[in-house]
Design a protein around this ligand. Structure first.
Ligand SMILES: Cc1cc2nc3c(=O)[nH]c(=O)nc-3n(C[C@H](O)[C@H](O)[C@H](O)COP(=O)(O)O)c2cc1C
Length: 316
């Protein structure tokens, strides 16, 4: 089984990836939060920092691009290939209204004819570009099962199957589900059976038992992507491979390293605390008896208050 870390905008940027990879090695890949390709053919400073090979040294990191224009996508692919990346992931899952209304991310799924033309131009463009085809650049896709209706997946699979997509990562939800409700594994199964590409399952793998159930149902599956489960339990993949759950000391060291890593890149200390609180939104689930301390973490207004609250919870 191959284990992929899901891209999570605002959470899994390079400081996070570096620290997670150091403390909990064993992920096969970290898909990066999307960078936006647009008509300016330029990228934000923060995006360039995140994809900078120096910031990803030793980490199996794979960039992701959000756009719906082939020339913009190809520009991003060339820029990423120049930086040494050999796989670029295309975002067809983002549910945010700002993107969906522009037919980007999951919104692109609602116009399958346009999507088909997009892929046609992209893959022809790559074949015609000796730099890209010579470098054997792979294009993978991260998609949902549809925009409003799982039945859309039939047409989408016809499209994906027509192009040399290197890997199809399927978040088994519609855009209208956002991140809620139970993933639609029936539709996932139909897509898996129909796909002529390697498929990776994504959605609600929170404990080792969830993976076992998935494998019982789809024994041929050889790749999964995990997001929120790994933020909540950074040792989840280790556990899935039969290893130990994290100890409180391990979690404390991991969080201290994350705090330091964020401090290096975020000037305003309260924003570092804010970043850590975002992680605690998920980590808190590990401490059903820690309501009082978790509330203190949520309310912490300074580094000192934050660290004091954490050390009350993680007594080591
Ligand atoms: C805060 C947040 C940010 C996300 N950012 C991205 C992103 O940049 N690109 C992407 O393809 N998916 C993004 N996702 C979706 C995740 O990659 C993943 O598909 C989703 O969380 C379902 O997997 P999970 O149940 O294992 O968390 C994001 C999800 C969340 C909750």
């Amino acid at each position: 089984m191959e284990f992929l870390f899901a891209p999570m905008e605002g959470i899994t940027k390079y400081p996070f990836r570096r620290v997670h990879h150091t403390f909990f090695p064993g992920m096969d890949a970290y898909y990066m939060p999307f960078i936006v390709a647009n008509q300016t053919m330029s990228y934000k400073k923060k995006e360039l920092q995140d994809i900078d090979p120096a910031n990803n040294a030793g980490i199996p990191a794979i960039p992701q691009v959000l756009t719906n224009k082939p020339d913009q996508f190809l520009h991003a692919v060339r820029m990423l290939a120049e930086r040494g990346y050999r796989e670029v992931n295309f975002n067809l899952g983002c549910p945010m209204a700002t993107e969906v209304s522009k037919k980007k991310g999951a919104g692109f799924l609602s116009v399958p004819d346009e999507l088909d033309r997009f892929f046609d131009s992209v893959f022809n463009g790559i074949a015609a570009d000796s730099g890209l085809s010579g470098a054997q650049i792979r294009i993978s896709v991260k998609t949902r099962i549809g925009m409003e209706d799982a039945a859309e997946s039939v047409r989408l699979m016809e499209i994906f199957n027509r192009y040399p997509v290197s890997r199809l990562i399927i978040h088994a939800r519609r855009r209208s589900d956002f991140y809620k409700g139970v993933p639609d594994r029936d539709t996932f199964g139909t897509m898996l059976a129909a796909s002529c590409h390697p498929v990776s399952y994504n959605g609600d793998l929170f404990q080792p038992e969830d993976l076992r159930q998935l494998q019982d149902r789809f024994p041929e599956l050889d790749s999964v992507m995990l997001g929120r489960g790994l933020i909540r339990n950074p040792a989840l993949v280790r556990e899935m491979k039969g290893g130990e759950p994290f100890s409180e000391k391990e979690l404390a060291d991991y969080l201290a390293a994350l705090f330091e890593a964020y401090r290096e890149v975020i000037r305003e200390e309260n924003n570092v605390v804010h970043k850590m609180k975002e992680l605690w939104f998920y980590l808190g689930d590990n401490f059903p008896d820690g309501k009082k301390q978790l509330k203190k973490i949520r309310k912490a207004g300074s580094t000192a208050e934050y660290l004091a609250a954490v050390s009350e919870l993680l007594v080591i």
